[in-house]
Design a protein around this ligand. Structure first.
Ligand code: AMP
Ligand code: MG
Length: 278
């Protein structure tokens, strides 16, 4: 199945997450089945990233959004971890610090936009400014309502300047979140991740879903599409994300740059005779 088509939010469509099944796992019966495909995608991802790096003309920005425990960290580890760290970085969006608050809300996003040849993953993103900011009334509605158009304008600007943008919303159910909170409690190595605030925030589930619906409806564009990934099954989430990134990068029409030297001449000069010809 073509996941780039299947999970794309068509620009202009009205999204209701409650109609999208977070349990979907396609025809794949099990994790083992999917793992082979993920491994194949990982190899291809590495080749494509090297090409992007060598070409040095365009860059790729991948945004990840999800409710707490939705799988942002896991997606980074399993899928994007396949990339060569030289040329790939992650930017995490926490509560803005005072320097960030002293600027317009898109400043910190723009600061971390990938340079030519690079891939950057946003772990959360500028979309927090239409999510947590909206839900907690951190700025008045008249202000956050403008953020959608402002985000679209910035993303259009970036894409016109050779930064390609793909955005993944990792979709889990309310029950699945509780299960994952519980797993954290049961695994001492995960205790550091637990915050009581996550449980308190969970009470606002419906507010979050409404904010996600609006974000997906208003900001999926031709130049910076949103994909909603069924993410209750972690292995399916990894499979779908890796597949879409590969398909997207294959569409970038990248070309290895021509050599800057005369290859035949170098070969003759330094490799014809034993010892490198020098
Ligand atoms: P975590 O991703 O678990 O490390 O948590 C980061 C926290 O920062 C989350 O609770 C986000 O909602 C919060 N956060 C990110 N961006 C903003 C923002 N612009 N304003 C307020 N809180 C934010
Ligand atoms: Mg958290």
């Amino acid at each position: 199945m073509n996941y780039s088509k299947r999970f794309l939010i068509k620009p202009g469509s009205k999204v209701k997450l409650s109609y999208i099944d977070p349990d979907f796992k396609d025809k794949h019966a099990s994790k083992k089945d999917a793992l082979k495909i993920v491994e194949r995608n990982d190899l291809r991802l590495r080749e494509l990233q090297e090409l992007l790096y060598a070409e040095h003309k365009q860059s790729l920005l991948i945004c990840l959004q999800a409710i707490d425990t939705g799988g942002k960290d896991g997606s980074i580890r399993h899928v994007l971890g396949a990339m060569n760290p030289q040329g790939c970085k992650v930017a995490s969006f926490k509560q803005p610090n005072s320097l960030e608050l002293d600027h317009d809300f898109l400043w910190r996003a723009h600061r971390d936009v990938p340079a030519k040849g690079e891939v950057t993953v946003f772990n959360r993103s500028h979309y927090e400014d239409v999510l947590v900011v909206r839900i907690h009334n951190l700025v008045p509605k008249s202000v956050w309502m403008k953020h959608y158009d402002q985000i679209n304008a910035m993303e259009k600007y970036l894409s016109e300047n050779n930064t390609h943008i793909i955005k993944f919303f990792l979709h889990i159910s309310e029950d699945e979140q509780l299960k994952r909170f519980k797993e954290r409690l049961d695994d001492p190595s995960k205790h550091w991740k637990i915050s009581e605030n996550d449980y308190i925030e969970r009470k606002r589930w419906n507010d979050y879903m409404a904010a996600f619906d609006d974000m997906l409806s208003k900001c999926s564009t031709k130049y910076a599409p949103w994909f909603v990934i069924p993410a209750n099954h972690k292995w399916f989430r990894n499979l779908a994300v890796s597949q879409i990134v590969v398909e997207y990068m294959e569409g970038l029409n990248m070309k290895s740059p021509p050599p800057s030297v005369d290859i035949d001449q170098i070969r003759k000069k330094y490799h014809a005779a034993k010892g490198g010809g020098v």
